[in-house]
Write a protein that binds this ligand. Structure first.
Ligand code: ZN
Length: 366
C-alpha cells in the first residue's frame, strides 16, 4: 500500500498571534497561545519522523493553488480580502480567525497541498494520501473565512478532481469534532458531492449541523449530519459509521472519498467534549479504507483540520496513518488503554437514538 504524505514547513509559519485561545487579547486574562497554533501539527509531523513511519510514506510536495483554482469555490471578494489582510500583516478573516503576514501564500500552499494529494491518488501514484496542511479549511464558506479556516482546502481539491480529472461523484466524511459547515454550504445544492459530517451537537458553529440540514434543490438528500451528543466515544462513532456512513457510501457509490480529518474529538482535547482515543480513530480509518477498497479502488484522501491537544493529536494521527499505509511502528499510545477504561466509551442509548435518526437519511440518497 503506497500512502502519500503532504507537508511543508511553511504551514507552521501561519501566524495566529497570541490570543487567549480563541479570543483577542484584553486586559482581563494574560494573552496566551491561539488554539490553532503550529504545535499539534509540528508534533504530529515529528512523531511520524521519530517513529520511522515517514520512511514508509511517499512524499508529495505541495504547490500554491492558483487564484483560478480557489475561484472554483470562493468568491473574488473573499480571496481578495484574505490577500489584503495578509499583505497588511495583521487582521481577522471574520471573527476569531486571525492571520498575519504571508498567511495568504501559506493558505494557497495548503489548498495546493490538498490538490496535490488528490492528484496523486487519482493518477495512481499512491493508493491513498494524508495532507498535513495548515491553515485548516472545513469552516470556510464561499465568501467567509471562519473558525480558524481561510480557504476550503478539501472543497478546492474536490472541484479540481471534478473539473480536471473528470470525477463525477465524490464523498466527504468529516470526523472533526466541529460541524463541517463550509463543506456543507459549498456543496449544499450539488448532488455530485455527498457531504457527511459527524460532530458534537451544536458546538461550532452554533445552530449549525442539525439532522434536518439534508441538502437542497438537486442536492436534496446529499448532505448528512450526525450531531452526536457531548461525551460520545469510540463506540458511538463506530455505530455512526456502521449505521450511517458506510450505508450512505454504499448507496452513493463514490469514485473517491475525502476525509476532512480533525483529531479534536479526542477525550483530552480542549476544544471538544468527546471521548475518542487513537484506537477509535484507527478503527474509523480501517472502516473507511475497507469501504474505499470495495467502492472506489481504495481511493481515499485525508486533509488535516482541527485537533488541539499537543500531547494527543500526534498519537491519533499516527494511528490513522499507520492504517492508511499498513505499517505498524510499534509506538504505544500510553493514553489509549487508560481512556479505554473510562466510562461512556461504548455507544450509549441517547447517542444511538441520534444515530438512528441520521440513519433514516440514507434512503434519501438517490
Ligand atoms: Zn474542529
Amino acid at each position: 500500500m503506497a500512502t502519500g504524505f503532504v507537508f511543508h514547513e511553511l504551514y507552521l509559519w501561519h501566524n495566529t498571534w497570541n490570543w487567549n485561545q480563541v479570543f483577542p487579547p484584553s486586559l482581563t486574562v494574560q494573552p496566551g497561545t491561539h488554539a490553532e497554533n503550529p504545535e499539534t501539527k509540528r508534533r504530529l509531523r515529528n512523531l511520524l519522523e521519530v517513529s520511522g513511519i515517514l520512511d514508509h510514506l511517499v512524499t508529495i510536495k505541495p504547490r500554491r493553488a492558483t487564484v483560478e483554482e480557489l475561484s472554483r469555490v470562493h468568491t473574488p471578494a473573499h480571496i481578495a480580502k484574505i490577500r489584503e489582510i495578509s499583505d497588511r500583516g495583521y487582521g481577522d478573516a471574520s471573527s476569531l480567525t486571525p492571520l498575519g503576514a504571508g498567511s495568504y501564500e501559506i493558505a494557497l500552499l495548503a489548498a495546493g497541498g490538498a490538490i496535490k494529494a488528490m492528484e496523486a491518488v487519482i493518477t495512481g501514484e499512491v493508493d491513498n494520501a494524508y495532507a498535513l496542511i495548515r491553515p485548516p479549511g472545513h469552516h470556510a464558506t464561499a465568501d467567509v473565512g471562519m473558525g480558524f479556516c481561510l480557504f476550503s482546502n478539501a472543497a478546492i481539491a474536490i472541484r479540481h478532481a471534478q473539473q480536471l480529472h473528470g470525477l463525477t461523484r465524490i464523498a466527504t466524511v468529516d470526523w472533526d469534532v466541529h460541524h463541517g459547515n463550509g463543506t456543507q454550504a459549498i456543496f449544499y445544492d450539488d448532488p455530485s458531492v455527498l457531504s457527511i459530517s459527524l460532530h458534537q451537537d451544536n458546538l461550532f458553529p452554533v445552530n449549525s449541523g442539525a439532522i434536518a440540514e439534508n441538502g437542497e434543490g438537486k442536492g436534496k438528500g446529499f448532505n448528512i449530519n450526525v450531531p452526536l451528543p457531548p461525551g460520545s466515544g469510540p463506540g458511538a462513532y463506530a455505530a455512526a459509521f456502521e449505521r450511517v456512513v458506510l450505508p450512505a457510501l454504499t448507496r452513493f457509490k463514490p469514485e473517491l472519498i475525502v476525509v476532512p480529518s480533525g483529531f479534536d474529538a479526542s477525550g483530552v482535547d480542549p476544544m471538544g467534549r468527546m471521548l475518542m482515543n487513537s484506537s477509535g480513530y484507527r478503527r474509523l480509518a480501517r472502516m473507511l479504507l475497507d469501504a474505499a477498497r470495495e467502492l472506489c479502488g481504495g481511493r481515499l484522501v485525508m486533509t488535516h483540520e482541527g485537533g488541539y491537544s499537543e500531547m494527543y493529536v500526534p498519537y491519533c494521527g499516527l494511528a490513522v496513518i499507520e492504517e492508511l499505509c499498513g505499517h505498524r511502528t510499534g509506538v504505544e499510545d500510553p493514553w489509549d488503554q487508560l481512556m479505554g477504561q473510562w466510562g461512556g466509551m461504548s455507544a450509549q442509548p441517547h447517542q444511538t437514538a441520534i444515530i438512528d435518526q441520521a440513519a433514516e437519511l440514507v434512503k434519501n440518497i438517490n
